[in-house]
Design a protein around this ligand. Structure first.
Ligand SMILES: NC(=O)c1ccc[n+]([C@@H]2O[C@H](COP(=O)([O-])OP(=O)(O)OC[C@H]3O[C@@H](n4cnc5c(N)ncnc54)[C@H](OP(=O)(O)O)[C@@H]3O)[C@@H](O)[C@H]2O)c1
Length: 231
C-alpha cells in the first residue's frame, strides 16, 4: 500500500537550493499537497548545519504545524569557497573532511532525530538526498574523498534510524534518494550545465518514486528512477 496519503502536508528542508526550490515549485502546484513549508539558512525559522543547535530550535518552532506526511531534506555541499573535491590523497585535509561530515552527515542525522518527531505516525515519508558516489560498492573512480565519505556516513545514519523507526513509527519510511546529475550550484564546477538535467525534471522523477513508496521500502537507498542502489 502506498504511504503518501491524499491530501498531504509537506516540509522542504534546504528550500533555497536548486533541487530544494524545484521541490517547492512541484509541491506548490501539486493538487494533493494541502500545505507546504520551506526552511533554509535564512528562513523565518533558520537551520544551519554549522550550528547544530539551530536544527533542534527549527524543529521546535515547526512542531505547531506538525504532523507532516512528507519531509524532504535537500541540504548538501560538494565544494566551497575554501576547497574543491580532493583528486588525490595529498589533497586530503582535516578541515574539509570535518566540514563535509558536519553538513552532509551530522546535520542530516540530527535533522532526522528532531524532525522525525514531526512525522505523522499514521502515514509518512522522510527523504534525505544522498548521492550515488556515496556508495562504497559502486566506487570505481576514487577521488572526492570527503564527499564520498560523508554521503556513505549519511547512508549508514539513515539506515540505522530507519531500523529504529520501524519499532517506534512503523508507518513511516526513511529513504536515501539519489537525484542523478542535476544542473545546479553544486554541480556547476563539474560541467553540471552540460551534463546535468534541469532540476524540475529530476524532481518530477524523484516525486514519482516518493509517491510509490511503501512502508517496506524504509531504509532503502534509491535512485531517481526507483532503482535500488548498492550501499
Ligand atoms: N546536483 C547534483 O548533480 C547532485 C548529485 C547527487 C546528489 N546531490 C545532492 O542533492 C542535494 C541538493 O543539491 P543541489 O544540487 O540542489 O545543490 P545546491 O543548489 O548547492 O543547494 C544546496 C543546499 O544546501 C544548503 N546548505 C549548504 N550549506 C549549508 C549549511 N551549512 N547549513 C544549511 N544548509 C546548507 C544550501 O543553502 P544556501 O542556499 O543557504 O547556500 C542549499 O539550500 C545535496 O544533498 C547534494 O549532495 C546533488
Amino acid at each position: 500500500m502506498k504511504l503518501l496519503p491524499t491530501p498531504f502536508r509537506a516540509l522542504v528542508i534546504g528550500a533555497s537550493g536548486t533541487i530544494g526550490d524545484a521541490f517547492v515549485e512541484l509541491l506548490t502546484n501539486h493538487p494533493a499537497c494541502s500545505e507546504l513549508t520551506g526552511v533554509h539558512r535564512h528562513s523565518k525559522y533558520p537551520l544551519d548545519y554549522l550550528n547544530p543547535d539551530s536544527i533542534e530550535s527549527c524543529a521546535a518552532e515547526l512542531a505547531a504545524e506538525a504532523p507532516y506526511q512528507l519531509i524532504i531534506n535537500t541540504i548538501g555541499v560538494l565544494h566551497s569557497e575554501h576547497w574543491m573535491p580532493e583528486k588525490r590523497l595529498d589533497d586530503l585535509n582535516a578541515d574539509q573532511l570535518i566540514d563535509l561530515m558536519k553538513i552532509n552527515a551530522i546535520g542530516p542525522a540530527l535533522t532526522i532525530r528532531h524532525f522525525s518527531k514531526l512525522l505523522d505516525p499514521q502515514n509518512s515519508i522522510m527523504v534525505t538526498l544522498s548521492a550515488k558516489v556515496g556508495s562504497i560498492e559502486d566506487n570505481r573512480l576514487g577521488g572526492w574523498y570527503s564527499y564520498r565519505a560523508s554521503k556513505a556516513a549519511l547512508n549508514m545514519l539513515i539506515k540505522t534510524a530507519a531500523i529504529e523507526l520501524t519499532r517506534t513509527k512503523p508507518n513511516a519510511a526513511l529513504i536515501a534518494l539519489h537525484p542523478g546529475t542535476v544542473n545546479s550550484r553544486l554541480s556547476k564546477p563539474f560541467r553540471g550545465q552540460q551534463i546535468g538535467r534541469p532540476a524540475n525534471e529530476a524532481v518530477a522523477d524523484m516525486f514519482r518514486v516518493i509517491e510509490n513508496l511503501q512502508k517496506e521500502d524504509t531504509g532503502s537507498f534509491l535512485s531517481y528512477s526507483g532503482e535500488k542502489l548498492p550501499w
